[in-house]
Write a protein that binds this ligand. Structure first.
Ligand SMILES: C[S@@+](CC[C@H](N)C(=O)[O-])C[C@H]1O[C@@H](n2cnc3c(N)ncnc32)[C@H](O)[C@@H]1O
Length: 256
């Protein structure tokens, strides 16, 4: 089977699973245009796990005491970049390296491993945890230098091709999950148990043991859950299109 056919087969299979299990309020992946599904500049968007990531509306943000300061109006941040999810790994790497000291990071649901790769380049130790085995993308854009950077086929990042399990948290200082499926609540519980810090950028609700009450957004539900476990929440927003709001949840004794 050609690579293209194999990719389409995997995308169709994944879209079927997502359509059955997700509460993502967007159009189903299968209804997106060919251009949306094949953003040539973003290899990650070609992943069989790529799908829509609904941005949280400004109205929801402004009605939340945790998130109101992240509205574009209040934050004074530039409007989002125009392409879906573009540069999200680079932007998250930037945020992490500005807000944490070098440490051992688990990128849970990390897909191809680009975030781990970029963090390692910056001096952090990073491991991708994802049950779906994938190799690194072959290139990414360094948007500071404004150039494409090739990743040699021989390069790799530490990787566990497994679903996240709570005891894995013991081996890390910081648990990161961007648009990860099926493990957001588990990550908060594990971080509480092993006294780790967490960065979540949640999107759809897939295979989670907890569902938000009617009218409560998933992001708010996770923020409330983390606070109920004693974490101090620092919400942040990255400048890409899609679900770009993150929660930095720290133990009260780890915050400065
Ligand atoms: C939408 S993708 C996000 C990938 C990447 N973080 C990104 O931003 O593009 C969701 C990922 O979660 C992974 N995943 C699904 N269940 C998981 C689990 N139980 N533990 C860890 N990862 C999981 C999938 O394999 C997939 O790579």
């Amino acid at each position: 089977m050609s690579k293209r056919k194999d990719r389409i087969r995997k995308q169709t299979l994944f879209a079927t699973v997502v359509a059955q299990t997700t509460t993502c309020p967007d159009r189903p992946y299968t209804e997106r245009t060919a251009v949306e599904n094949q953003d040539e500049d973003d290899e990650e968007a070609k992943s069989p796990h790529a799908h829509d990531h609904a941005p949280v509306s400004e109205a929801i943000l402004s009605s939340s005491t945790d998130f109101a300061r992240l509205t574009w109006r209040q934050s004074g941040v530039r409007p989002p970049l125009t392409k879906l999810k573009k540069f999200r790994f680079q932007l998250l790497r930037e945020w992490i390296t500005e807000h944490t000291a070098p440490c051992r990071v688990a990128d849970i649901g990390g897909g191809k491993g680009l975030l781990a790769y970029l963090l390692i380049q910056s001096g952090w130790e990073a491991t991708t945890i994802d049950p779906f085995a994938q190799s690194l993308p072959t290139k990414y854009k360094d948007f500071v230098a404004d150039r494409q950077v090739r990743i040699a086929e021989s390069e790799s990042v530490p990787r566990r091709n497994l679903p996240f399990a709570p005891e894995m948290a013991q081996d890390f200082d910081l648990l990161v999950a961007m648009h990860a499926h099926g493990c957001n609540i588990q990550i908060i519980d594990a971080a509480k148990n092993y006294r780790k810090d967490v960065i979540l950028l949640p999107c759809c609700i897939i295979d989670e043991p907890l569902r938000p009450d009617q009218g409560v957004h998933w992001l708010q539900c996770l923020a409330d859950y983390a606070k109920s476990k004693g974490f101090i929440i620092e919400p942040f927003r990255l400048n890409f299109k899609g679900q770009n709001i993150g929660l930095y949840a720290r133990h009260s004794d780890s915050s400065s």
